[in-house]
Design a protein around this ligand. Structure first.
Ligand SMILES: Cc1cc2nc3c(=O)[nH]c(=O)nc-3n(C[C@H](O)[C@H](O)[C@H](O)COP(=O)(O)O)c2cc1C
Length: 179
């Protein structure tokens, strides 16, 4: 399958970008074709009616148009979606053909906090549902991610580490059935 991964913050030391890189390697190890968008690839001008999409928005749109699934790895800002990611999604909702209807999406988050970014994922679910994307009921969250992600982005807590392959494989079979 072709899969897009999108997420992380604009910080070079982003915990979510580190987790994203780990998930990308896990998916590649399962012989899926992966395109990853994080950091500068998600830096876009604020959406403005009448302004043209940036090259970054067009590149993400093209990748999603060919993808059978999307993995979002999102920081949680004030229990919601960070502005740069919401801005990217808003740009993509204006481009045609829309990549969102029927697109299987796996939601993931990492946070230094105890909830692992789970509250931000609720905000993602509302936005994705509005666009017609199909968010998997399962998710990957990494609490205390400043202490519980290794340098390569793999969760070190045994329960979270065991969750990753289980949720990834569940999502892959869901996406294969949907697309
Ligand atoms: C503006 C702002 C709001 C934040 N709000 C939350 C929050 O609601 N919940 C949470 O768990 N962490 C929150 N954090 C902390 C982030 O989870 C933390 O900075 C995390 O490292 C961001 O992800 P990153 O490492 O990928 O940049 C917030 C951080 C910022 C800068």
């Amino acid at each position: 399958m072709r899969l897009v991964l999108m997420g992380g913050s604009l910080r070079t030391a982003s915990l979510n970008a580190r987790l994203l890189r780990h998930l990308a390697r896990e998916l590649e190890a399962r012989e899926h074709r992966v395109s990853a968008f994080s950091g500068e690839a998600l830096r876009m001008p604020l959406y403005e009616d009448g302004a043209g999409p940036s090259p970054e928005a067009l590149a993400l749109h093209a990748a999603l148009g060919e993808a059978q699934g999307l993995v979002i790895v999102s920081p949680e800002y004030n229990a919601g979606i960070p502005g740069h990611l919401k801005n990217a999604v808003d740009w993509l909702s204006t481009l045609r053909p829309s990549p969102w209807p029927g697109l299987p999406v796996l939601l993931c988050a990492a946070s230094p906090g105890a909830f692992g970014g789970a509250r931000g994922l609720l905000a993602w679910r509302a936005t994705l549902a509005n666009m017609g994307a199909l968010a998997s009921p399962e998710a990957i969250t990494v609490p205390h991610a400043d202490q519980q992600l290794d340098p390569e982005g793999a969760p070190t807590d045994p329960r979270t580490a065991a969750l990753v392959p289980k949720v990834l494989d569940g999502f892959l079979s869901l996406a294969a059935r949907l697309r």
